[in-house]
Design a protein around this ligand. Structure first.
Ligand code: GLY
Length: 377
C-alpha cells in the first residue's frame, strides 16, 4: 500500500534534523535530548542504574540504526556503535543492570547483530540474555529493579513485557529453549496477575518471592492503585504482540487485543494521550512518549491480525502518531528531540519533557507505516 503523505513528509523532516543531531550528540547518550536532564554524566556506569547503566541508554543507538536502515548512511552505524561499545562497560559494574537489559542491548548490540552479523554484538546480546534469565524467580516472574529501590524482591512490572524479546531472540539464535521458557512463564504470570477484567493493566505487582502468591498491585508511575498508567498499557499491549510474534501462541495475541480494546475505548478523539487513563481532567497532563509506544503496539497488532481484523487498530495507531507528528513535535534545530510533552510519572515533577525513547518509538512507528526497516524486538 502507498505510504500516506503525512508519513512521507514527517519522515523527510526527521531525516533533515537527525543527520545534524546525531553528529552533535555522537559522544553522548542523550536521555532528555534537549537538555541532557539528570543523567548527563552517563560516560561511566555508576552501578546503581543512574549513569551509563540508566535503562534508556539503548534507545539512542536504536534510533540511529533505524536511520541507518532508512538512509543507508554508514555514519549512523558508526555513531550507534559508539554507544554500543560504551554499554559493554555496564557488565563490569553489573549492579546497575536490571530487568531493562532488553531495552539496553536489543536496540544496540541486537540491532547491530541483526543488520550486520557482528559477532562481538552477538556475544554482548547473549551475555545480556543470561543476565535477564538470571533474574527469573522460578515461582513464576522476572524480578524488577534492584535493592537500591528498596525492599522489592517480590516485584514485577508490566514494562518488562518488552524486555522478553531479548530472551526469545537468544533462544532463536542458540536453539536453546531455556531463555524463551523463562519469557513464556513470565508472560503467563502477567496474564494472570496484571491484566484486569476490563483489559487494563497494573503497573507493579508484588509476589511472595518464596511461593509466587500474588500479594498486591501498586499504582507505580500512574495516578494510583487500580488506575491505568498509559505507558504501562502501551508496554503491555506491545509486549504481548511481541510474545505472540516469537511464540505464535494465540493467548498472547488475545491478551494484546484485550489491552488494545481497553485503550481504544479511552484514547481521546484528538489522539493526545494523558499520563493515566484514570487521572483527573485537570491538570491535563500528557505523556507523548507513552503515546508513541502505544501507536507502535496498535500498528504491529494490526499487522498480526491482518487487514480486516486489524483495520480499527491500525486507524487508532495512525491517529495517535499523526497527532504527535502534527501537534507535539519540534522539527527545528532549537531542540535536539522531536517528541515533546513526555512525562516520567504522574506524581513527579518531570512533565512536559523530551525523552530519547519517545523519539525512538516515534521513528519506529513512522517506519512501520512506511514499510521501512526491520523489526528489532
Ligand atoms: N520503564 C520505565 C518507564 O516506562 O518509565
Amino acid at each position: 500500500m502507498a505510504t500516506e503523505k503525512w508519513v512521507e513528509e514527517t519522515l523527510e523532516k526527521v531525516r533533515k534534523k537527525i543527520i545534524v543531531t546525531a553528529e552533535k550528540n555522537k559522544d553522548k547518550i542523550p536521555y532528555r535530548t534537549d537538555a541532557q536532564g539528570d543523567y548527563d554524566d552517563n560516560s561511566e556506569p555508576r552501578g546503581d542504574g543512574s549513569g551509563l547503566d540508566w535503562w534508556t541508554n539503548g534507545f539512542w543507538g536504536g534510533t540511529l540504526w533505524k536511520m541507518y536502515e532508512d538512509t543507508g548512511n554508514e555514519r549512523y552505524a558508526e555513531i550507534a556503535r559508539i554507544s554500543e561499545k560504551k554499554l559493554e562497560k555496564c557488565f563490569e559494574t553489573f549492579t546497575g543492570l536490571n530487568h531493562d537489559v532488553g531495552f539496553m542491548y536489543m536496540l544496540t548490540a541486537g540491532a547491530d547483530y541483526r543488520l550486520t552479523g557482528n559477532k562481538d554484538s552477538l556475544r554482548t546480546l547473549l551475555h545480556a540474555a543470561n543476565l535477564l534469565a538470571g533474574r527469573f524467580n522460578p515461582v513464576g516472574y522476572i524480578r524488577a529493579w534492584n535493592d537500591v529501590w528498596g525492599d522489592n524482591v517480590g516485584w514485577a512490572i508490566i514494562d518488562c513485557m518488552m524486555n522478553l524479546s531479548l530472551l526469545y531472540t537468544a533462544s532463536e539464535i542458540t536453539k536453546d529453549p531455556r531463555f524463551s521458557n523463562v519469557a513464556k512463564r513470565h508472560a503467563d504470570t502477567v496474564i494472570n496477575a496484571f491484566i484486569r477484567e476490563d483489559g487494563s493493566c497494573c503497573h507493579i505487582v508484588e509476589f511472595n518471592p518464596e511461593t509466587g502468591e500474588r500479594v498486591k498491585s501498586m499504582g507505580g508511575q500512574g495516578y494510583g492503585e487500580g488506575s491505568s498508567w498509559t505507558r504501562g498499557q502501551a508496554w503491555g499491549l506491545y509486549g504481548f504482540v511481541i510474545s505472540y510474534i516469537h511464540t505464535g501462541d494465540k493467548k498472547y495475541l488475545e491478551t494484546a487485543v484485550r489491552i488494545a480494546d481497553y485503550c481504544r475505548k479511552n484514547v481521546p478523539d484528538n489522539g493526545i494521550i494523558p499520563i493515566d487513563f484514570c487521572q483527573p481532567k485537570e491538570p491535563a497532563l500528557e505523556d507523548c512518549c507513552g503515546a508513541c509506544i502505544m501507536a507502535c503496539g496498535f500498528i504491529e497488532l494490526a499487522k498480526q491480525l491482518g487487514e480486516e481484523k486489524g483495520k480499527e487498530y491500525l486507524e487508532t495507531g495512525k491517529k495517535i502518531l499523526k497527532a504527535i507528528a502534527e501537534e507535539r513535535c519540534d522539527y527545528t534545530l532549537e531542540c535536539d528531540a522531536f517528541v515533546q510533552n513526555c512525562s516520567a510519572a504522574y506524581h513527579s515533577k518531570d512533565h512536559n519533557m523530551t525523552m530519547n525513547y519517545a523519539d525512538y518509538f516515534f521513528v519506529e512507528g513512522l517506519q512501520k507505516l512506511a514499510d521501512i526497516g526491520s523489526f528489532y524486538w
